[in-house]
Design a protein around this ligand. Structure first.
Ligand SMILES: [Zn+2]
Length: 184
């Protein structure tokens, strides 16, 4: 799941906001539509968001909204010389009472640890569709079982070898850091 921590309600310049909003963030008393409007963009969500079905939004360590993601729209494309990430707007359906994601998370404590980056991901094995864990190769895909998506263990090994150099160089390096025999 995608998890986004929103700020307290604050004014923004509608001219600079990709959605033309006068403010973003959360304040008590907002309706679900108002929360969605103020917070569904614009986020540097990264490629992994393409695979996520649900987005949670938290304010002050409490989940305030759950959305079933329908599409991601690039609404704030950076200039080529701008090293910051492109920003996307999340379009989807606001979930309500009775939906398992809403019932499990909304109004409850934020399920991810505190971090500087407002965009986080976590895996809900039950509700994300039975996926296992993040693939250890670093591809950000989910495994169905074990540590790797099939074939990605090879990818991970070869990436390590390439860090050292050729396979021969890797063997030389390995024999130094972990000799086959402990005889001096
Ligand atoms: Zn992988």
């Amino acid at each position: 799941m995608l998890h986004i921590t929103v700020t307290a309600k604050k004014s923004v310049d509608p001219e600079l906001d990709g959605l033309g909003r006068p403010f973003v963030g959360y304040e008590a008393g907002m309706t679900p539509d108002e929360m969605y409007e103020a917070n569904h963009g614009e986020w540097a969500v990264g490629a992994r968001a393409q695979n996520e079905r649900f987005a949670l939004f938290s304010f002050g360590r409490t989940v305030i909204q759950a959305v079933e993601i329908e599409s991601l729209e690039l609404t704030n494309e950076r200039e080529p010389d701008d090293t910051r990430d492109h920003r996307y707007t999340i379009h989807g359906k606001i979930l309500s009472n009775g939906h398992p994601v809403f019932d499990k998370y909304v109004g409850k404590p934020t399920p991810v640890s505190v971090a500087r980056n407002p965009v986080r991901y976590f895996n809900d094995e039950e509700l994300d569709g039975g996926s296992g864990a993040l693939c250890r190769c670093g591809c950000e895909g989910w495994t169905t079982r074990g540590d790797f998506i099939p074939g990605h263990d090879q990818r991970a090994i070869h990436e390590r070898i390439a860090r050292i150099g050729t396979v021969a160089e890797f063997l030389d390096w390995m024999d130094v850091v972990r000799p086959a025999s402990l005889k001096a």
